[in-house]
Design a protein around this ligand. Structure first.
Ligand code: MG
Length: 373
């Protein structure tokens, strides 16, 4: 397809509750939305690196400038016939996976729209419905957490994800496991620990957790491989997998038994597919996570989660979890899956079937740029 136009929007999406991170609270999600046009048709992509460079070295205002000044000019007016061809045109610019993902996801969304098929089918998924898990951040008390987990278990969520941090660690887990001895539970350590804390990390083996998500530094693969040799509990990498090359190295080293796939973190759906296929060949399972995107980004994640090696329930949330009103229509709502458990189902429409509402987009837009071929 010829890329006739790329329109970029930097938005700040106000959250219902501030998002708690290890380095501070964020009141809103900083995200990039891209509308790509070809032959009179258009579709949307999204990547949400956040307001500040906390999750990774990227942030929304920086990614916006990069897409406007360097990346999008490499695409407009060009014939881009595949996701690989798009990535090749962006390859001279190092790193910055979220910025690249904003364009890559728009290309996939547009290609599916042009072909008149739902995106998940174009990606190679064979099911329209994916199972989703329940996640709980650090809450005000462990009592509050027990109540929240009880609600999720009663609602049929197939797995529970918890944070693990100083002050919200072994004691919290002990109480949770006592109350919920058989539920599938895993913890996300968000790169907060070091290999010399092995004694503490080894004690996590006592809790029959499904996995430890990103225990060590965000740029590490080698220490994770060392840790994996000591622990019985599987390790899942999230922050450390920023490209297919990182995934290949992690697989070679034996750094993980699961990979959390986020299209934004790895540069878009094209590299996410590559990582998915490499993991499948190595017998390492994937599952899809999100970055609190609008329903546009959540639908992109949902399409990716339909692939056959995405076997662990995804982090896909209904719009109401984070937003008083989603930026996009229709909002994402959970449905009852085949087994009655909460699930996310793809819309039976070309592409992702979702687009920002123009008035709401204007209200949250902080910067906008248009590039024509
Ligand atoms: Mg994580």
């Amino acid at each position: 397809m010829r890329i006739d136009l790329v329109e970029i929007f930097r938005v700040e999406l106000p959250l219902v509750r501030p998002w708690r991170t290890a380095s501070g609270d964020e009141p809103a999600v900083g995200s990039l939305l891209v509308r790509m046009e070809s032959g009179g048709q258009s579709a949307w992509g999204e990547a949400a690196p956040g307001l500040a460079p906390r999750y990774s070295s990227e942030w929304a205002a920086g990614a916006f400038a990069l897409v406007r000044d360097w990346l999008a000019p490499r695409l407009v007016g060009q014939f881009i016939e595949s996701g690989a061809a798009l990535q090749e045109r962006l390859a001279p610019f190092k790193g910055n996976p979220f910025a690249k993902a904003a364009l890559d996801t728009a290309w996939w969304s547009l290609e599916a729209t042009r072909r008149g098929v739902p995106l998940y089918q174009l990606l190679g998924g064979h099911r329209d419905t994916v199972s989703v898990g329940a996640d709980f951040d650090v809450l005000d008390s462990v009592g509050d957490l027990l109540t929240a987990i009880g609600g999720a278990v009663a609602a049929g969520f197939p797995r529970i994800k918890l944070k693990f941090r100083p002050g919200w660690g072994l004691e919290m887990l002990r109480v949770v496991r006592q109350e919920f001895p058989r539920e599938t539970i895993h913890v996300d350590l968000n790169a907060g620990y070091r290999l010399d804390q092995m004694e503490l990390l080894a004690r996590l083996d006592d809790f029959q957790l499904a996995m430890l998500e990103q225990p060590l530094a965000a740029d590490d693969l080698v220490d994770h491989a060392r840790l994996a040799q000591v622990l019985r509990t599987p390790i899942c990498l999230d922050e450390s997998i920023r490209s297919p090359a990182h995934a290949e190295q992690a697989l070679d080293l034996g750094s993980c038994r699961y990979v959390n796939l986020k299209p934004g973190r790895v540069g878009g759906l094209t590299p996410a597919l590559e990582i998915h296929h490499a993991c499948r060949a190595a017998g390492v399972a994937c599952w899809v996570g999100g970055m609190l995107e609008s329903a546009v980004g959540a639908r992109l994640c949902q399409a990716l989660a339909t692939l056959d090696n995405c076997t662990y329930p995804a982090d896909i949330f209904p719009s109401t979890r984070f937003y008083a009103q989603d930026l996009a229509d229709p909002p994402l709502e959970l449905v009852a899956g085949p087994d009655g458990a909460p699930a996310a189902r793809a819309l039976d429409l070309p592409g992702i079937g979702t687009a920002p509402n123009p008035e709401r987009l204007a209200a949250v837009c902080r910067e906008q740029a248009v590039l024509r071929g």
